[in-house]
Design a protein around this ligand. Structure first.
Ligand code: ATP
Length: 292
């Protein structure tokens, strides 16, 4: 079994008498993208800051590659590239100088990939940061995270302020990092981007981990919503009796089917339908269950 690169055990943080994170136990494996999903104030940034050793846990622990994130934070951080939610950059530098400087701090020298990535992110890294817009600065910070090939990449709401094209480019870069065997943990409250890139999603609510979802099982499912003119069938698309909850109070047929699409279409073709919507299952119903 692969050893996780990141492991938290009962990780807890109180700010005074307020518990911002309660007993978070979560791991991230090499070659895996995990999303931390939750609304404002649910504890995402607190969890990430604990993992980075910026905050001392009230209880529990986090470790990166077996190194304790608080007791040995400098050593743990060598294994991580981090994109904070709010940037504080050294404005007098050019983008290239900043990315090189940050790489040198960990003993790396960025190679030609810095120019390839700058091109993909559509950013002139030879401009001083003072002359860049907030979105451009964000791209420089992303470069600084994507250039070093560290075991773990942590990003706090990385697509914030990026335009849709750049958002897709970033998500592609995260997939490429995963394919190289790096692990990625990122926070977000945008369901579509989490669905697009994550292997697993952890849902937080008021500091509690309320659900962990494997995305592969979700991608096999399809939500069906249809209106019938006649009585509902006795058997569902898999041949099993139709679930009593499949017919809503306003008479719509609503079900989730996990199986081959032709079997679903054959079954639907035999029903007295007046309209039909088939969608990938997606995270929305799961998210709504906790944050409706
Ligand atoms: N330094 C602090 N002192 C007191 N309370 C704090 C502090 N930092 C965060 N909190 C509280 O802890 C809770 C979790 O905050 P956190 O920043 O982790 O949430 P988040 O999920 O990252 O939110 P967002 O999506 O808005 O960034 C919030 O209720 C917040 O007000």
């Amino acid at each position: 079994m692969t050893e996780p690169i990141l492991a938290t055990e009962n990780l807890t943080k109180d700010y005074g008498s307020f518990r911002a994170l309660n007993a978070l136990t979560l791991s991230v494996n090499p070659g895996e993208v995990v999303g931390l999903l939750g609304p404002n104030g649910s504890g995402k940034s607190t969890a990430l800051r604990l993992v980075l050793g910026f905050l001392r846990p009230t209880n529990g622990r986090a470790s990166i590659g077996g190194v304790d994130c608080w007791a040995d934070s400098v050593e743990a951080r060598k294994r991580v590239a981090y994109l904070p939610g709010e940037l504080r950059l050294y404005d007098t530098m050019t983008g290239r100088r900043l990315v090189t400087f940050l790489a040198q701090l960990r003993g790396d020298v960025p190679g030609p990939e810095i120019d390839d990535l700058a091109k993909k992110l559509d950013i002139d890294i030879d401009r001083p940061l003072t002359q860049m817009s907030s979105g451009m600065k964000r791209k420089v910070a992303l470069l600084a995270v994507l250039v070093p090939k560290v075991p773990l990449i942590i990003l706090d709401e990385p697509t914030n302020t990026l335009d849709p094209t750049m958002r897709d480019e970033l998500l592609d870069q995260l997939k490429a990092a995963r394919d190289r065997g790096q692990a990625v943990l990122f926070s977000s409250h945008v369901l579509q981007e989490v669905e697009a890139v994550c292997d697993r999603v952890a849902v937080l609510r008021r500091g509690e981990l309320v659900h962990v979802q494997e995305m592969s099982s979700l991608r096999e499912g399809r939500n069906v919503s249809a209106r019938l003119t006649g009585a509902p069938p006795a058997l569902g698309p898999g041949g099993a009796p139709l679930d009593a909850n499949a017919i809503t109070t306003d008479g719509r047929l609503q079900l989730t089917f996990r199986g081959p699409l032709p079997a679903l279409l054959d079954w639907l073709a035999k029903q007295p339908l007046t309209d039909l919507v088939i969608e990938p299952q997606g995270l929305t119903p799961i998210y709504k269950k906790f944050h409706g």
